[in-house]
Write a protein that binds this ligand. Structure first.
Ligand SMILES: [Zn+2]
Length: 199
C-alpha cells in the first residue's frame, strides 16, 4: 500500500508499520508483584513496547473510532489487495503526530499491533470471524476519501443475507436493520375433528 499510494500528511510521508512479535522461552520464573506470571520453560510472545498514546482505530466487526482515514482505508485495501481472501482489521497502536515519539525520523506514521485477520478459510485464530465477519465489517464500513481516491469503493464483501447472532437486548435493533422475512403461514394442525376442522 505504501509503495502504491504513498500516503502523506502535511507534506510528509505517513507510513504504516506493524510490530513484529517473537516467541521466547522463559529461562526462569518471571514475577510481578511477587506473583509468578510466566513459569520457567513456558513459551511467551513478546513484542517491542509502543511509546506514545495508544489508540484503537477500528474493530473486527466494522466499528470505527473515526480518528483517522488511513486505518479504515487500510482494512478495506487489504481486502482488495488480497483478492477478497483476507481483511486486516481490529487496528490499534499509535498514530504519530508532531510533538509525539518519532518512528526513526518520521513524525507522521501508524504503528499497529495485535491486528485481527479475517480470512476466507477462518484460519487465523479466535478473532478471525471468516467470510461472515468480512460481510459484517463492510456492512458497517463507510468508504472515506482515501477509499474513493484509490477507487475501491465498489469492491466490498456482499451484504449479509441474515443477521449475525446478537444478544437478546439487541434483537429489537436487529429487526430494524435486518427485518425478518415474513414466513408463510402454515395451517394449524387439527387436534380433533369438528365442524371447525381444517381438514
Ligand atoms: Zn472503504
Amino acid at each position: 500500500m505504501i509503495c502504491d499510494l504513498k500516503p502523506r500528511k502535511n507534506g510528509q510521508s505517513c507510513n504504516v508499520y506493524a510490530l513484529r512479535a517473537s516467541i521466547g522461552t522463559a529461562d526462569s520464573n518471571k514475577l510481578e508483584n511477587g506473583v509468578v506470571r510466566v513459569f520457567r520453560g513456558e513459551k511467551f510472545l513478546v513484542e517491542r513496547r509502543i511509546f506514545g498514546v495508544y489508540e484503537k482505530f477500528n474493530s473486527n466487526s466494522g466499528w470505527s473510532a473515526g480518528n483517522g482515514l488511513l486505518p479504515d482505508f487500510f482494512s478495506h485495501w487489504s481486502y482488495v489487495h488480497s483478492g477478497r481472501k483476507l481483511l486486516l482489521c481490529d487496528l490499534q497502536g499509535h498514530k504519530g503526530r508532531p510533538g509525539g515519539p518519532k518512528y526513526g525520523s518520521e513524525e507522521y506514521y501508524y504503528l499497529f499491533t495485535d491486528t485481527a485477520v479475517l480470512s476466507e478459510g477462518q484460519c487465523y485464530g479466535c478473532t478471525d470471524l471468516g467470510p461472515e465477519g468480512m460481510k459484517d465489517w463492510f456492512a458497517h464500513h463507510v468508504c472515506n476519501d482515501m477509499c474513493k481516491k484509490a477507487n475501491i469503493e465498489g469492491i466490498r464483501a456482499a451484504p449479509l443475507r441474515y443477521p449475525p447472532a446478537l444478544p437478546q437486548l439487541c434483537r429489537g435493533v436487529a429487526d430494524i436493520i435486518w427485518p425478518r422475512k415474513p414466513q408463510p403461514r402454515k395451517p394449524r394442525p387439527c387436534r380433533r375433528r369438528s365442524v371447525y376442522s381444517c381438514e
